[in-house]
Design a binder for this molecule. Structure first.
Ligand code: HBI
Length: 357
């Protein structure tokens, strides 16, 4: 039966700015899948947000500081005129028009407010453990409202003390947006927010050693970090293509011999990995976090020793061993949007049936 859902976005940037990273794609895909299934929903997000053709209720206010820049013992920061507080005040006012509220912000407030709402809140956690204050407030919800917390992967779940209370829903992409390419150019790709936790410098170092051009795509989130890479590797064969739309990005990605993933942190999932596989592009990634659960080592790419540039270089040399059509097949069997949409719909229905009893 059709549900009425209120979807609350990440608070660190307007949707489609790229500051929300993989969460922007996850939220867009969720809207698509809910729409396909005939559910009613509204999206609440910071002003200037865009989510394809879906209407967004735009909320003014100051953006939240990103969690991954916070120290482990950092206190919770709430700016003056916080957009997060304004988003959740709006949700409080309209909650009775909905069956279920969905939260994808990795922030303290939505979890703290959960018991104050008289509608259930489904929390999707988009990253691994970051700070003690966040772990504590999320654990409180995991214990008090069983089944209402979902994550991408087991690896991500087990970065939290309440890991066994998380529902793993994986991810999925609209495969029709990605075209298989059998004959690549002699170049590599790197995709993602350009910020220290993504360790772009390792991919640039590998490009310099192999001499193979590295196409870099994504939002420059940390300008000084980006400038430092350019200063440290003035001769590296790199080309920065900017933050592109999915259509533009996959047009570049599909022509590459491999996608390099160099997460310094525990990548919760790594949507870019399944985008590459969907184009037939093998993934070379550090054996860390989500990508370690996605890449079939030696079959759809290579998993290398974390933080080892040498490991990346060795894997690049072995790329001819990979059959690119097997990469596309893995995306089709494991990461279709429909399969993921079914998992999300079942999660919502399980939350509602648990409280209906
Ligand atoms: N930090 N405080 C905070 N809140 C978020 O919602 C958030 C974040 N950092 C990164 C982020 N969201 C997303 O870019 C990643 O989850 C993909």
């Amino acid at each position: 039966m059709p549900l009425k859902l209120l979807l609350l976005s990440t608070s660190v940037g307007p949707l489609s700015s790229g500051l929300g990273g993989g969460v922007e794609l996850t939220l867009y895909n969720l809207a698509q899948e809910l729409w396909q299934r005939g559910h009613e929903f509204k999206v609440v997000a910071p002003e200037n947000s865009k989510l394809g053709t879906f209407p967004v209720i735009e909320i003014p206010g100051e953006l939240q500081t990103t969690a991954q820049t916070q120290a482990d013992t950092a206190p919770i920061i709430m700016p003056e005129n916080s957009v997060l507080a304004n988003m959740w005040d709006y949700a409080r006012q309209v909650q009775r028009e909905y069956d279920l509220i969905f939260n994808i912000a990795y922030d303290w407030l939505p979890f703290y407010l959960t018991p104050f709402f008289d509608r259930p809140i489904a929390h999707f956690i988009s990253m691994g453990a970051m700070t003690r204050a966040m772990d504590e407030i999320m654990e409180r919800v995991a214990v008090q409202f069983p089944g209402t917390i979902a994550v991408y992967t087991q690896t991500q779940a087990h970065t939290f003390p309440f890991g066994d209370r998380c529902r793993c829903v994986g991810s999925g992409i609209d495969l029709s947006l990605y075209q298989f390419c059998a004959q690549p150019e002699p170049c590599l790709a790197w995709l993602g927010r350009i910020a220290p936790e993504k360790a772009l410098e390792d991919a640039v170092a590998a490009a310099q050693i192999t001499g193979m051009k590295l196409k870099i795509m994504g939002k420059i989130q940390d300008e000084s970090y980006w400038q430092q890479i350019l200063a440290d590797y003035p001769k590296a064969p790199i080309e920065y293509l900017g933050f592109l739309t999915t259509a533009q990005m996959q047009q570049e990605l599909r022509q590459c011999r491999a996608l390099l993933m160099t997460p310094r942190w525990i990548e919760a999932f790594g949507n870019v990995a399944i985008e590459a596989l969907a184009c037939g592009v093998p993934v070379i990634s550090y054996r860390r976090g989500g990508p370690a659960e996605i890449v079939e080592d030696g079959k759809t790419g290579f998993l290398v020793e974390p933080d080892s540039v040498t490991g990346l270089v060795e894997a690049i040399k072995d790329l001819d061993e990979i059959d690119r059509s097997i990469c596309r097949t893995q995306a089709e069997t494991e990461y279709s949007l429909k399969a993921w949409g079914d998992r999300m719909e079942r999660w919502f229905e399980d939350i509602l049936s648990a409280i209906a009893i």
